[in-house]
Design a protein around this ligand. Structure first.
Ligand code: VTB
Length: 331
């Protein structure tokens, strides 16, 4: 069924969300061939290639706004690339393989992911770091803040959740730059899950009660921040993000991309506005999704797909028959 959104003046079919699952399934199946084979670039390349081909069957006029890089450095899914069969004008954010190193090592939590929004609705985040702070739905707005000390955020969150700080589980990337933050969390008495990679699913975990994560904090890729914001637009939860510029050149480039205030603290709806759809398929098993499982004649995939407009979250189990469809392109 088509939906008319007067604010955007565009017609976006809700079934597009299900189309996105085909796209992430294709990328995940292709990447899964490279699990544990020690070649992260090959895994990434396979995911990009499969995802790019899968987009050719989706009825959109899509523009990649979060992608694999600039046109001169990425042959496919580069920023500005036009994709799709033709249809409503939408912006696309992709991370064909979030967790290339995880996949290369056969670790946990690698996903293939895509988000879609009406034209102009995603923050055009440059490929730099973003400081992130996220908590799940149902908490008072602003209960935690990027500018507040770690201890204060944990204290306020524990109070709101009516538990002790020692009951809280923090999630962050295991990086040297987070040493001081991790020390402060531990000193306050909180528990911590350290991720090797994959902060898109790390952030989303705060809004999935079964994942057991109360708060995500720390810096990771800015494009990954926009993808996580797209997911939280659909399932709820708070995420604050601030771009971390390392030099004036990066600030100047961001200005060209439309970012006027380099110190701005973005909220979820400022990173992913309007009618948003998000899909992800597990490549390797994690808290959110099971990884691709190979069978004698095909593969089984596990995906999540959601829409901001309805708030519906679907888990999709796909049984793919390679005898009927080529393995690298399940569409
Ligand atoms: C994170 C993580 C990604 O990059 O965004 C991270 O989610 C940030 O960069 O999976 P560093 O690795 O330099 O910390 C990835 O690890 C890879 O894109």
């Amino acid at each position: 069924m088509a939906e008319y959104d007067p604010a955007a003046g565009l017609v976006v079919d809700r079934n597009l969300a299900l189309e996105l699952v085909r796209v992430t399934e294709a990328a995940a199946i292709a990447a899964a061939r490279w699990i544990g084979r020690g070649d992260k670039n090959a895994a990434d390349g396979a995911a990009v290639d499969a995802m790019r081909k899968a987009f050719d069957t989706v009825a959109i006029s899509g523009t990649v706004v979060i992608g694999e890089g600039e046109m001169d450095e990425a042959p496919m899914l580069y920023i500005g690339e036009q994709i799709g069969l033709g249809g409503p004008s939408v912006d696309i954010a992709v991370d064909p393989l979030e967790g290339t190193s995880i996949t290369a090592k056969g670790g946990n939590n690698a996903i293939a992911t895509v988000a879609l929004a009406e034209r102009g609705c995603f923050l055009h985040a440059p490929d730099i770091y973003m400081d992130k702070l996220a908590v799940g739905p149902g908490l008072p707005d602003g209960i935690v803040d990027l500018d507040a000390p770690v201890e204060q955020n944990l204290r306020e969150l524990a109070k709101a959740k009516k538990c002790d700080i020692s009951d809280l589980m923090v999630c962050t990337l295991d990086r040297d730059r987070h040493k001081e933050m991790i020390r402060a969390c531990r000193a306050a008495g909180a528990r911590i899950t350290l991720l090797g990679d994959g902060d898109v699913s790390g952030v989303i975990a705060v809004s999935q009660p079964e994942a057991g994560i109360d708060i995500y904090m720390g810096s990771g890729g800015a494009p990954e921040g926009v993808l996580a914001a797209a997911a939280l637009r659909c399932i709820g939860g708070q995420l604050q993000g601030r771009l971390l510029f390392e030099n004036d050149e990066q600030i100047a480039r961001a200005r060209e991309m439309g970012i006027a205030d380099p110190k701005r603290k973005y909220r979820v709806e400022e990173m992913a506005a309007g009618n948003v759809m998000f899909a992800a398929t597990g490549v390797t098993t994690g808290a959110m999704l099971r990884g691709v499982r190979r069978t004698a004649s095909g593969a089984v995939t596990h995906s999540i797909v959601m829409r901001s407009k309805s708030g519906t979250v679907r888990y999709v189990e796909g049984y793919h028959n390679f005898a009927l469809k080529p393995a690298a392109f399940v569409a």
